[in-house]
Design a protein around this ligand. Structure first.
Ligand SMILES: Nc1ncnc2c1ncn2[C@@H]1O[C@H](COP(=O)(O)OP(=O)(O)OP(=O)(O)O)[C@@H](O)[C@H]1O
Ligand SMILES: [Mg+2]
Length: 263
């Protein structure tokens, strides 16, 4: 059973050490990684996914339960405890959604009945995250950005069911983020989001701040920020309404503040 991942720090692009000697992530933690473009966010999650052992460009090491990860993680992909959802998702497969999920579920489960149950649960989960429902007969390549993200998150959480899930950049994907975090928090996993989204950052337990390729700070969400989170969500909902109106070819009428007031 995985209880902790430890990032034993390395160095930034200029060779200077990171701000913390090591960072321990515990089961149940929801973590954000923030930082400007090129600051090393993707590199950090790649280090985690690879179980870096000091030989990547950052010099970091990643430990599981305080020790070097067991070889079985590397030897058998089915035992790998991390699901990574990358920044760029293009599908080579043109399979219908149902077949894609079923193929994946068969690798993980023993009976056909398990496969069907997993498939159903995964689709239901995904459809709680996206405004535009996904159907089993849709082709993978036909899905919108939001639907793709929702499906991949559901697949990682339910079919892969790995104890650690890494997500590189979820914000622009048109998924219900507050809902997603609520649902994810019900599962005992470590979720790590690369994000610039204040909504996700403030709903996280803490955020890792990247600068120049290194961990520059670790900020725990405090009571003042938690209070902010509610206001930020209202603001963000209002912006979503405006975005939807624009998308549907409507004009923005009335006073802007009314949009905010109706939230
Ligand atoms: N500690 C480091 N030492 C050396 N090179 C690094 C280090 N960290 C990151 N890099 C390199 O810097 C470049 C940018 O890093 P990365 O892609 O991780 O940034 P990012 O924060 O994910 O950017 P974006 O917001 O554009 O996705 C990459 O080429 C990466 O290999
Ligand atoms: Mg990146």
């Amino acid at each position: 059973m995985i209880e902790t991942i430890t990032i034993v720090s390395g160095h930034g692009k200029d060779g200077t050490p990171e701000a913390v000697d090591q960072l321990e992530l515990r089961m149940g933690d929801v973590v954000s990684i923030v930082g400007p473009t090129g600051s090393g966010k993707t590199t950090l999650i790649n280090d985690i996914e690879l179980f870096a052992d000091g030989t990547t460009p950052t010099g970091r090491r990643v430990l599981i339960n305080g020790a070097a990860p067991p070889d079985e993680y590397r030897e058998n992909p089915a035992n790998h405890p991390i699901a990574l959802i990358t920044q760029h998702t293009t599908f080579l497969s043109d399979l219908p959604v149902g077949e894609f999920l079923a193929t994946h579920a068969r690798i993980r489960s023993k009976t056909e009945r398990d496969v069907e149950a997993l498939l159903e649960e995964t689709l239901e989960f995904a459809n709680q995250l996206t405004g535009e429902p996904i159907q089993t007969e849709m082709r993978m390549t036909e899905l919108s950005g939001g639907q793709t993200r929702a499906l991949l998150i559901a697949d990682a959480t339910i079919i892969c069911d790995t104890p650690i899930v890494l997500l590189d950049e979820v914000e622009n994907a048109g998924i219900h983020r507050t809902r997603a975090l609520e649902l994810l928090r019900r599962r005992r996993k470590i979720f790590i989001f690369v994000t610039h989204d204040p909504r996700i950052a403030l709903l996280s337990d803490y955020r890792i701040v990247m600068r120049g390729g290194k961990i520059a700070d670790v900020l725990y969400t405090d009571a003042a920020e938690r209070a902010y989170a509610h206001e930020v969500s209202k603001l963000d909902d209002a912006l979503c309404i405006l975005r939807d109106k624009i998308r549907h070819g409507e004009r923005l009428t009335g006073h802007l503040l009314e949009v905010f007031a109706c939230n």
